[in-house]
Design a protein around this ligand. Structure first.
Ligand SMILES: Cc1cc2nc3c(=O)[nH]c(=O)nc-3n(C[C@H](O)[C@H](O)[C@H](O)COP(=O)(O)OP(=O)(O)OC[C@H]3O[C@@H](n4cnc5c(N)ncnc54)[C@H](O)[C@@H]3O)c2cc1C
Length: 451
């Protein structure tokens, strides 16, 4: 247990607050700087509710600091997808797993962040400085300049970790020093952007759609999803290209908003009384995959979470992967006897293969959710997978490997999952599920796959 060294963290979002909490538990002195104001002081104005899917990798990391149960108490289990076809009054329900106890959880980003911050601030060796925006880093002098209430404050650090999200200011310093450090950096924007909307609760807080599903309206080229909130409402996210025929750019007037939704999402439209106001008020934001490496500069500055690997949200894994980062760093600290130089090197070397894998899986899943969920062969393949999962305890679909097998690294889940998918799509195309299916033969073929 180290009680002398101070670790500086920049960004008290999901990754930074979990990281700070874990390092404080280990006995480090932790200073976290966050550009936003203290969310605990804004309880009156809750604003829009943005929710996220929390799954087993994230829960495993939360368990490390003893908050997994508390998180589950403020989350809603989602057992599968409810797929809403065009012109269909009722959705098709497709479970995430053939096993009864496997589900993901819809949780409010803000409430989860608050849970972590509150637990963190109970530690006397941890301090969070809100309204401190990182502006400048000098890794040679080991100083970071923060803008606080109009004035600059220069902070001296020993080891600093940037968990300041997808638009990281810390990562900008790595870019400035790219030649010195041979820093590889790529950003790939998706052609689609997103906009958040809402299906409010019904009378007495009733859920107007099935509460325990992630709802999807796949529409070839664009889609809408909805996740439940604790108060009976659903946060709806519309994913659509910025330009082209069916695009954000093609919808301008209030009348165009209404007719687009009435034509393409008629059942959801009826549940969205504030559609036009929400559509106008909420921004259309872009989505990108950011890959970069190395994540360590000068042996004293490290990137983690979205700052190191921002991914598109279609596997519901960005936060889960960022939480898993903390778990991986924690185990490497053990292996390296809390020698930070060795820890940073080993983390930098070992973690990248897995965050690259989840980045690629998340990009693929955009097309699966948008188009695959409306494809009859894909739906047959999902049925086969669920049958296999029900019958064989050692069979896990690609989705289950990523989502429910926190013991399987992302890169292994990707390789095994993709190989299984290829075979099962082939089999599904030739199989009539109305007739008896020889599951044992399929399982035997899966077991022979090399990946
Ligand atoms: C539409 C959408 C849906 C998503 N859905 C899911 C999902 O269902 N499941 C899932 O696992 N993931 C999901 N994600 C991904 C998830 O939101 C991120 O992966 C996660 O928030 C990463 O955590 P982080 O702490 O690294 O970054 P963030 O949560 O972005 O936190 C960064 C923090 O740093 C602060 N900061 C930024 N700049 C500075 C600065 N210069 N100085 C000081 N502080 C700074 C910010 O204010 C913020 O508090 C989704 C993302 C999007 C966009």
């Amino acid at each position: 247990m180290n009680t002398n060294q101070t670790i500086t963290i920049i960004g008290a979002g999901l990754c930074g607050s979990l990281l700070g909490l874990r390092l404080a538990e280990r006995g480090f002195k932790v200073s976290i700087f966050e550009k936003r104001s203290d969310p605990r002081l804004q309880l009156g104005s809750r604003g829009r509710s943005i929710n996220l899917a929390l799954s087993d990798r994230g829960l495993r990391a939360l368990r490390l600091v003893g908050v997994a149960e508390a998180a589950q108490q403020i989350a809603i289990p989602m057992i599968g997808r409810a797929i809403h076809g065009v012109g269909e009054l009722l959705p098709t329900f497709v479970n995430y797993s053939g096993r009864q106890d496997e589900h993901i959880n819809s949780i409010s980003r803000r409430d989860l962040n608050l849970l972590l911050l509150e637990k963190l601030q109970a530690h006397s060796n941890a301090s969070v400085f809100f309204e401190h925006e990182c502006k400048l880093v000098d890794e040679d002098a080991r100083t970071i300049s923060f803008l606080h209430k109009g004035a600059y404050y220069v902070h001296a650090y020993g080891v600093a970790i940037g968990t300041d999200g997808a638009n990281s200011a810390i990562r900008d310093r790595f870019l400035d020093q790219a030649n010195k450090n041979r820093f590889d950096y790529s950003v790939k924007f998706l052609e689609a952007g997103y906009k958040e909307l809402e299906i409010p609760a019904g009378a007495d807080g009733a859920y107007l759609l099935s509460k325990n599903h992630l709802h999807i309206w796949p529409r070839k080229g664009y889609m809408m999803i909805a996740l439940p909130n604790m108060d009976g409402s659903f946060t709806v996210t519309m994913f659509m290209p910025f330009e082209g025929d069916s695009s954000f750019g093609a919808i301008e007037s209030d009348q165009e908003i209404v007719s687009f939704f009435e034509q393409n999402f008629p059942t959801a439209r009826q549940l969205m009384p504030d559609l036009v106001a929400d559509y106008r008020a909420n921004p259309t934001s872009s989505l990108s995959t950011i890959k970069c490496h190395p994540w360590v500069l000068n042996s004293n500055l490290l990137l983690m979470g979205d700052a190191a690997h921002a991914i598109v949200p279609f596997y519901g894994q960005g936060m889960n992967a960022s939480f898993e980062d903390v778990l991986v760093l924690d185990s490497i600290l053990d292996k390296c006897d809390e020698d930070w130089k060795k820890t940073l090197d080993m983390y930098n070397f070992e973690r990248k293969i897995d965050t690259d894998a989840i980045a690629d899986l998340a990009s693929d899943n955009f097309y699966e959710m948008r188009d695959g969920t409306a494809d009859p062969v894909f739906l047959k393949k999902r049925k086969l997978e669920l049958m296999l999962e029900q019958k064989y305890p050692d069979y896990f679909s690609k989705y289950s490997l990523v989502t429910f097998r926190e013991d399987v690294p992302y890169n292994l889940a990707m390789r095994r999952g993709r190989a299984q998918d290829n075979l099962l799509m082939e089999i599904a195309a030739m199989t009539d599920l109305e007739k008896p299916v020889d599951l044992l033969q399929i399982k035997n073929r899966i077991d022979l796959i090399q990946f």
